[in-house]
Design a protein around this ligand. Sequence first.
Ligand code: ADP
Length: 167
Amino acid sequence: MANKFVRAIFPGSFDPITNGHLDVIDRGIKLFDELIIAVGRSPVKNQLFTPEERVEMIKEIVREKRMKGVLVESFDGLTVEYAAKKKADVILRGLRSLTDVQYEFQLAMTNRAVAGIETVFIMTSEQYSFTSSTLIREIASLGGNLSNLIPPTVYERLKKRFKKLKD
Ligand code: ADP
């Protein structure tokens, strides 16, 4: 990868973005020249934030943290078609545990078979290996403290949504 400009996309639902995602993004920007965080618009089960809200929150974090070479967009349809449209060289995905590997392996093999695109995996730090957006949504709805697992801007939004949440 040494002399070539390498563009990666990091696709996901990000509903909402967590410190685990951010950990993967921080590591990813060291490997690639450009990283596009791509928020899928396809309907997700128990959606909490609209794709627009998710993009807005991530953009806010990227700005705050002054992340260089990081772009944020939403996309419709197939990830591989979006990757081709953006002329991305690789798809970035995060791994938390062996359980993730099985599904991600299948997804990566399929994407390579249908579009010839490679997937690069980054393992998260252990402290986020149990963090998932699904659990964040559940804990938020029950009023649990999430300040160690999500960025402050996301927590603020969640507090507006779930009045039970404390500081
Ligand atoms: P999707 O619905 O496509 O899995 P997610 O937003 O749940 O979208 O996840 C996007 C990517 O981030 C996936 O590769 C997922 O495995 C990874 N990911 C999710 N949570 C974490 C975490 N805590 N640490 C590292 N990677 C994560």
